[in-house]
Write a protein that binds this ligand. Structure first.
Ligand code: SF4
Ligand code: SF4
Length: 343
């Protein structure tokens, strides 16, 4: 059950007039997988923030109003200190940690205090999944990890990246897991940006993945909206699904990007950007000094007009910006919010 001190600390941040609510921290560039839609594993850069620096970063994010932290990478669980970091973060934030399915089952004690553990898995087809992940045995390990974590009472979910490679399987995939009461939350394959100076990049262009059948994508959104009425295990809001459906059918965005307003990212070296596609704006340690500056205000306005990417998490954070957006998440996911609060 969530502690009262955590609830109180989050309420204090919610009533703050401004502040990004979501931060993703890419705590490492190291990865043990070779996914075909990702370039992170190609660098295996070993430099990263120390444990104390990550903790200080979390303190700063808390000060400016962040409520939710997502740890990803690379594979965050490759860090030996990840247990300590998760324990620290989960005292103050809704904390999610990603794993590609290879490490979580052997790190139960380290991840036990995370609010959510997301295992990335793209398809029920074992061979295809291993092909997409670039590693033999990836599918089996991910399925075993999901079972092991569930048995341990850890809040584990499965996170497929929707692409042309698995588009026609997504509904059956979702049904398979929600029948077993495993939550599903989605990513969307995207490689539709071109910035020269991004702080770091995580995707690579892969034509096999590019979603060409947009009508089916729209239909999937409609089906998921219907399925959500019966199952609380689908962790995506109607508002987000409607925005994606509208985009798929018309090519038009029904939202403005709220980068640096409702979300930001921090990379393995502590560089802060609006999103992983954009230039770094500051070191996390300098962020408090500039957070309310005209410079940040100008960037927010500029990013509101940006239409360069369709990463699902950034769409979600944008369509749910501000206090009304936050309330909409709570109403949409009320069953899960109640379960989370332990009531
Ligand atoms: S997508 Fe994730 S698991 Fe796959 S190579 Fe990239 S960082 Fe590793
Ligand atoms: S639309 Fe927003 S999240 Fe995407 S590249 Fe532009 S600023 Fe970043």
């Amino acid at each position: 059950m969530i502690s009262y001190s955590k609830v109180l600390s989050m309420i204090k941040r919610v009533v703050k007039p401004s502040g990004p609510r979501h931060a993703q921290i890419f705590v490492t560039r190291k990865c043990n997988y070779r996914c075909r839609d990702c370039n992170v594993w190609m660098s295996q850069e070993s430099q990263e923030l120390s444990t104390e620096e990550v903790k200080r970063s979390l303190d700063i994010l808390r000060e400016i109003g962040v409520l939710e932290i997502v740890f990803s990478g690379g594979n965050p669980l490759l860090r030996d200190d990840m247990g300590e970091i998760i324990n620290y973060a989960s005292k103050y934030f809704i904390t999610t940690v990603y794993d590609n399915g290879s490490l979580a089952a052997n790190k139960i004690d380290e991840i036990r205090n995370a609010d959510f553990v997301a295992i990335s898995l793209d398809t029920l087809d074992e061979k295809k999944n291993d092909y997409l992940k670039g590693v033999n045995g990836a599918w089996r390990k991910a399925m075993n990890a999901i079972d092991a974590l569930k048995k341990e009472g850890i809040h584990v979910g499965v996170s497929p990246t929707i692409s042309q490679m698995n588009l026609y399987e997504i509904i059956d995939f979702t049904k398979f897991f929600i029948k077993r009461e495993i939550p599903v939350w989605y990513c969307l394959y995207a490689y539709d940006y071109s910035f020269n100076n991004s702080a770091f990049s995580i995707g690579i262009k892969n034509d096999e993945y590019e979603i060409t059948d947009r009508e089916t994508l729209a239909e999937i959104c409609s089906i998921l909206i219907e399925m959500k009425k019966k199952s609380g295990c689908i962790y995506i809001t109607d508002r987000t699904l409607k925005a994606i459906r509208h985009l798929a059918l018309t090519g038009e965005r029904s939202w403005e990007c709220r980068a640096l307003e409702n979300f930001l990212v921090v990379d393995h070296l502590g560089r802060v950007s609006s999103c992983h596609c954009r230039d770094p704006i500051a070191s996390i340690f300098d962020l408090p000094k500039i957070w309310k500056s005209p410079y940040i205000k100008r960037l927010r306005n500029e990013y509101r007009q940006c239409t360069r990417c369709v990463y699902l998490c950034y769409i979600f954070y944008s369509v749910h910006a501000g206090f009304p957006g936050l309330m909409d998440i709570i109403v949409d996911q009320w069953r899960n919010v109640k379960a989370y609060m332990g009531k």
